[in-house]
Design a protein around this ligand. Structure first.
Ligand code: MUC
Ligand code: MG
Length: 390
């Protein structure tokens, strides 16, 4: 008669306990400055988490954020991991992802990016011990590839056009997003028209305003953007102006996507109840990890909202984990924006994630499906953190 414990844990998952939770900041130089309304990024800084069990196995997680986007920085994320999340998990069995998420929620509120990096490391560890991809822990894989989108952030039409044409010819991307909102809306409109004219009908074009416009400006420019061929306008107004988002939704031929204001499942419910958008930009870090993100996805599905796998500029480590998660989502009809590794000059993994035929390929190996390259990681780590992580 199989003993109950063995029946519950045939692969010895919960026989191991978390012995260490370590983290450090990696600085990832970009191939060109990436210009957003609220920041220009030349080096993307992310937090990498490593979890080690008492029997010596390890799991890795990553979280990224953008200056001026949310309430966390990589420094606060690393601090919260070290002083709040690590003490909450060390010594506990690795038997349940939801359990780990609940312990972190008890230890400290909000701080979704820090929690996501840790929960992804726990998921990577559990999946590796079970010899399965992380997608198996997230409900099981439904897609092997997800259509890609590249963000044109050079801030200047000619550079954007040259970049887009090259990526299209390489069959890497045929959907592009222009970052707008930094300058005058008239200049943004002129740039959009120029890029749309040059790239022609074979590609799709979207914009992300990153909250830069007020409602009258949005009412005036969105119809002109739609006329220029824009299919999706992301976060045109301030995150807290849900009423304006509601009035803009369903009014123009293009979709209205909510990004910055949709962090918690409660935020998602508010947008669903008000029908204040057509689509969500869904990001593991922004929602606080796979467990909370699943709740946001379920609300979007119930509300009939379209979904987009958004980014905060992760390396292959974070992109692989996102791909594992989104491979289990019923429909990511607006594709993914997980283009970070191709914009970076370095990657802390042995073999980067693959982009092929206009899609991101979901890795198939155990865990996240990518392997850490310790030497590369060490070379990208902030000196003061190197000893903390490996
Ligand atoms: C966003 O969607 O606002 C992060 C990188 C990027 O290109 O956009 C941001 C996120
Ligand atoms: Mg956005």
């Amino acid at each position: 008669m199989i003993k109950m414990r063995e029946a519950l844990d045939p692969i010895g998952l919960n026989t191991a306990r978390i012995a260490e939770v370590r983290c450090g900041v990696v600085d990832l130089p970009l191939k060109r400055p990436h210009k957003l309304a609220m920041a220009t990024i030349e080096v993307q800084s992310n937090v990498v988490v490593r979890i080690v069990t008492d029997d010596g196995e390890e799991g890795w997680g990553e979280a990224a954020t953008i200056p001026g986007y949310g309430a966390e920085t990589v420094e606060t994320m690393a601090q919260v991991v070290r002083t709040s999340l690590a003490p909450a998990l060390v010594g506990t069995e690795i038997s349940s992802l939801g359990g780990a998420a609940a312990r972190m929620e008890t230890a400290i509120k909000r701080n979704p990016y820090a929690k996501s990096a840790v929960e992804l490391a726990v998921a990577d560890l559990m999946a590796r011990r079970a010899g399965v991809p992380m997608s198996a822990l997230f409900g099981g894989r439904r897609h092997d590839r997800i259509a890609g989108l590249w963000v044109l952030g050079a801030g200047e039409a000619e550079a954007d056009i040259a970049e887009a044409k090259k990526l299209f010819e390489q069959k890497l991307f045929r959907c592009f997003l222009l970052k707008v909102g930094k300058g005058a809306p008239e200049d943004d409109l002129a740039r959009v028209r120029r890029v749309a004219k040059e790239l022609g009908d074979g590609v799709e074009l979207r914009v992300d305003v990153n909250q830069s416009w007020d409602e009258p400006t949005a009412m005036r420019f969105i119809p002109q953007l739609a006329e220029a061929g824009i299919t999706v306008v992301e976060q045109p107004v301030r995150a807290d102006n849900v009423e304006a988002m509601r009035r803009l939704t369903g009014r123009f031929p293009c979709l209205i996507m909510a990004d910055e204001p949709v962090e918690t499942p409660q935020d998602a419910l508010r947008f669903a109840a008000a029908h204040a958008c057509d689509a969500f930009s869904v990001k593991l870090g922004k929602h606080g990890g796979p467990t909370a993100t699943r709740a946001v996805v379920s609300i979007a599905e119930a509300a009939g909202f379209r979904m987009f796998a958004g980014t905060m500029l992760e390396s292959s480590l974070g992109v692989a984990a996102h791909a594992q998660f989104f491979s289990t989502v019923s429909s990511v009809s607006l594709g993914n924006q997980l283009f970070g590794p191709l914009l970076m000059t370095a990657d802390p993994v042995v073999a980067p994630v693959r982009y092929e035929d206009f899609c991101l390929i979901v890795p198939t190996g155990p865990g996240s499906g990518v392997e850490i390259d310790r030497d590369a990681l060490k070379s990208l780590m902030r000196k003061e953190d190197a000893a903390c992580l490996i």
